[in-house]
Design a protein around this ligand. Structure first.
Ligand code: NAP
Length: 503
């Protein structure tokens, strides 16, 4: 548990809508930020006519260059603040404090926003802010890589030593981890949006995600931290699955997304206990595209399965600081297949695609004694993978007849929502009749075009969600030693995929 607060920012052009949002926000937030700069000029006065909020409110009137919604002249800002028509708490930009404009508020936040990156002299900006008489200091910078968030987290440590209330924010997908972990490390407040469409700054999560998924107010300095390392993390359902498992077991642990471009820097500055610049109980990582192969060179140990597959998707960081790598894709792939199909020894299996997922599938199928053929659009890639694992390969095109096979596995991204591939399939109905099972690794949507093509000729199908949950369950076991709750993890994944807002 921590003492931090969740503030929901409210932004609308009309007073009516603004006040409705304030009412909804007051049901879930500790405090509400009233973003007066979002309102049309003539609507500002209107806001005060019908108010219904039971929560503490913060007034903000931000100019565009500091992240506000519209251009505001200095005169307009001065007029707003000298009108006295704002709440007991107010957020003023550093420059206003330094101009020593005297406004009337009992409680003040001094803020600085940088939407271009992390300013080189962030410490100097902090010093200037610290010299004001503000009750709280807030610094928000743009993170272009996960490591950019370190700067504001280091300032949080300084602020604690200075006995100052501080709000550290790294904006953007790469900075989300600072929004989630800030309160656990002593931040005064974190910001959230009311819903998916209401974010007032890049990377802001919804208040439901903050409370239901990440449980940010329950976290503290003893919280064990796990995370997803990927180039893009926004659409991942892993945080939902893993946090559901931690909640089920009542563990003081959280799973956080890390959008990472430079893996070397991330491993050195945030992960490796010998070199990292943040003192935290980081215990494990899920690793996905494009880092599954490169991560291996930063680990102290890689288990035999991961070595044979040539990729690591799970890292455990031991109490003694050792980094151990595993691969749960192969087992996560094979378990649902065997549960659905039964024994696959001598089964004829066609795999479509020759990428990372296909590698794990081929390895797992060979282990089980299946007869594998790899089909890929790029025959050279199919051949290279087939040679490595001593299996057959062939060209993937519309002429292939898959009837001689028992099982067909789609390990290409065709059919997935991401990237607009939803209406595509690597094979058509005429090619699929006679199969005993079609296993599509794509999990969003749950029923892909390829699955519908197969169902048209009564071929049973298995979607990729089963593998997604199974591999995550194995990760949980590696990290915590506990049996993971399949039902809760699957339901949490589905909620995110189906866009359900509230648990
Ligand atoms: P990857 O490494 O990029 O490999 C993708 C493979 O698909 C490559 O062989 C690629 O061929 C081929 N491909 C791409 N577009 C194609 C097209 N239009 N026609 C034919 N082949 C095409 O990706 P991955 O990591 O293996 O993932 C593949 C899919 O499996 C993704 O949709 C991913 O979400 C899914 N997956 C699901 C799970 C799960 O838990 N359910 C786990 C892992 C992966 P080229 O090399 O010629 O580009």
């Amino acid at each position: 548990m921590n003492n931090g607060l969740i503030c929901v920012s409210v932004c609308s052009e009309t007073a009516d809508e603004f006040n409705k949002k304030v009412e909804s926000a007051s049901e879930v937030a500790d405090l509400i930020e009233l973003r007066f700069d979002c309102l049309d000029k003539n609507q500002i006065e209107e806001v005060w006519k019908a108010r219904a909020s039971s929560k503490q409110e913060i007034s903000t009137f931000r100019p565009k260059e500091q992240g506000g919604k519209r251009d505001l002249s200095f005169q307009e800002r001065e007029d707003f603040w000298t009108s006295g028509n704002f709440t007991e708490w107010a957020d003023w930009e550093l420059e206003l404090f330094e101009l020593k404009v005297s406004f009337f508020s009992r409680f003040s936040i001094c803020s600085h926003h940088d939407f271009n990156g992390v300013p080189e002299k962030l410490n100097v900006i902090y010093d200037r802010m610290n010299a004001t008489n503000a009750d709280v200091l807030k610094i928000a910078v743009q993170a272009n890589d996960a490591t950019d968030g370190l700067a504001v987290m280091k300032l949080l440590e300084r602020a604690k030593a200075d006995n100052k209330n501080f709000i550290p924010i790294a904006m953007g997908e790469s900075g989300v981890w600072t929004r989630i972990l800030g309160l656990s490390r002593g931040a005064f407040m974190t910001f959230a949006s009311l819903d998916e469409t209401g974010a007032t700054a890049p990377g802001q999560l919804t208040v439901q995600e903050m409370i239901d998924v990440y449980r940010v107010k329950e976290l503290d300095e003893n919280t064990e931290i796990y995370g997803l390392v990927a180039e893009s993390v926004t659409h991942s359902v892993s945080p939902q699955m893993h946090n559901a498992a931690f909640k089920f077991h009542n563990l003081n642990a959280v799973y956080v997304p890390f959008a990472v471009k430079n893996l070397e820097e991330f491993m050195r500055r945030m992960v490796n206990p010998k070199t990292r610049e943040i003192d935290w109980k980081l215990r494990g990582l899920s690793v996905t595209n494009p880092h599954k192969v490169e991560i291996m060179k930063y680990l102290d140990f890689v288990d035999e399965t991961a070595q044979k597959i040539g990729a690591v998707n799970t890292v455990k960081i031991t109490e003694s600081g050792e980094l151990r790598g595993f691969n749960t894709d192969a087992q996560g792939f094979i378990e649902p297949l065997k549960n659905t199909y039964g024994d696959i020894k001598n089964c004829k299996v066609a795999i479509l695609g020759a990428g990372g997922a296909a590698r794990a599938c081929v390895y797992a199928l060979k282990q089980e004694g299946a007869e594998v053929t790899i089909f890929a659009r790029n025959l050279e890639k199919a051949e290279a993978l087939a040679t490595e694992f001593d299996v057959a390969f062939a060209q993937l095109d519309e002429e292939v007849d898959f009837k001689p096979f028992n099982i067909l596995v789609n390990a290409t991204p065709l059919g997935t929502k991401k990237g607009g591939l939803e209406n595509e399939a690597p094979a058509k109905t005429v090619q699929l009749g006679g199969l005993k099972l079609l296993y599509d690794l794509v999990y969003n949507p749950q029923t892909t075009k390829l699955m519908r093509e197969a169902q048209a000729v009564f071929v049973p199908t298995l979607g990729g969600l089963s593998m997604l949950v199974a591999q995550a369950m194995i990760q949980q076991k590696i990290w915590t030693g506990l049996d993971a709750p399949m039902k809760e993890m699957g339901a949490a994944a589905l909620r995110k995929l189906e866009g359900v807002k509230r648990l």
